[in-house]
Ligand binder design. Sequence first.
Ligand SMILES: Nc1ncnc2c1ncn2[C@@H]1O[C@H](COP(=O)(O)OS(=O)(=O)O)[C@@H](OP(=O)(O)O)[C@H]1O
Ligand SMILES: [Mg+2]
Ligand SMILES: [Mg+2]
Ligand SMILES: [Mg+2]
Length: 355
Amino acid sequence: MGLFSVEKRIAQLAVQRASRLTAAVAARNSLSSITKSDDSPVTVADFGAQAIIISAIRHAFPKDEVVGEEDGAKLRADAGLRENVWKLVQDASNDSFASEIGQLKSADEMIDAIDHGNSEGGNSGRIWALDPIDGTKGFLRRGQYAVCLALMVDGKVQVGVIGCPNLPLQVGQSSAPAAGEVAGESGSEGNGALFTAVRGEGAFVSPLFSAATESNTKQIHFNAITSTANATFCESVESGHSAHDTQAAIASALGITKPPVRMDSQAKYCSIARGDGDIYLRLPVSSTYQEKIWDHAAGNVLVHEAGGRVTDMFGKELDFGVGRTLRDNKGVIAASAAIHSDVLKAVHQVVNSSN
Ligand SMILES: Nc1ncnc2c1ncn2[C@@H]1O[C@H](COP(=O)(O)OS(=O)(=O)O)[C@@H](OP(=O)(O)O)[C@H]1O
Ligand SMILES: [Mg+2]
Ligand SMILES: [Mg+2]
Ligand SMILES: [Mg+2]
């Protein structure tokens, strides 16, 4: 058995159970959201998925800390909201994995679990980074979103698991979006993919909604690309999350002629890691925004294990051990290791010429 095999198993089961919850919500005719203090949306599915995953971690590893995106304050203040989420959690937890990942017993326990995601992070000990729904806006528009969980040990990501309910299991299995189209916007693509990586052991994909077995688990790799001109790059859907204009200039400096594939969430890391794209650019729009560790931790180890490299826009490794945010980094550049330095060069060219 490899290093972190128990952590990997627990993380997979937790992400699968949480993804069942998010998919059950997504199956409804209409989706609604609440607006958080930073103006971003959150839904019953974000709260429910965070509760399920943190309770699984506490069941298996009671001493571990968790940096989770959400907190329970809104549920404490609103009994109706709390009951809605509790019903979803109970339904999704009706599986045969209680001996491994436990089962929440009450709505109060559920809120406690959500609030346990309050770790300040840091570079010592075992800390999980959790984004219960990454790309909530994508979830709401029925595009791509991802349930993301990573284990950091002493500030370094060792395990990453990402559930993508709206991504096809195999590249080219369903009609992939044409270049320039928003991926997964139809919501009808595929039937879910579970991406898993343990440092030093490779990156893998398996079906999200059935048990991972040796026969349905496939190792994934970046495309063997040597010239950036043929590359496909992906970026956020929201122009407020990354600088689309700067990214277009970088792409053109690389000789890329294909329009970008726009996709919400860490599904971008997953797509490039399995060769369904080559480069993920995330140049900052604002000089004050600090990227959150839960938006990048799982994707970071996945890309590394698939033969890729992730740095910030200055070529620095992302430092996950400085707190809840990546405050020592600016921007994110992810690409196959073979072309990463070319991409970085183009970033410098474009950024320096615009200053
Ligand atoms: N200003 C700004 N700059 C950069 N990033 C920001 C910003 N504001 C929010 N966020 C975070 O973006 C997360 C979603 O990223 P995506 O790449 O999926 O964005 S997009 O929705 O496709 O545009 C999103 O994650 P979720 O909240 O989990 O959806 C946010 O953490
Ligand atoms: Mg996120
Ligand atoms: Mg989120
Ligand atoms: Mg959010």
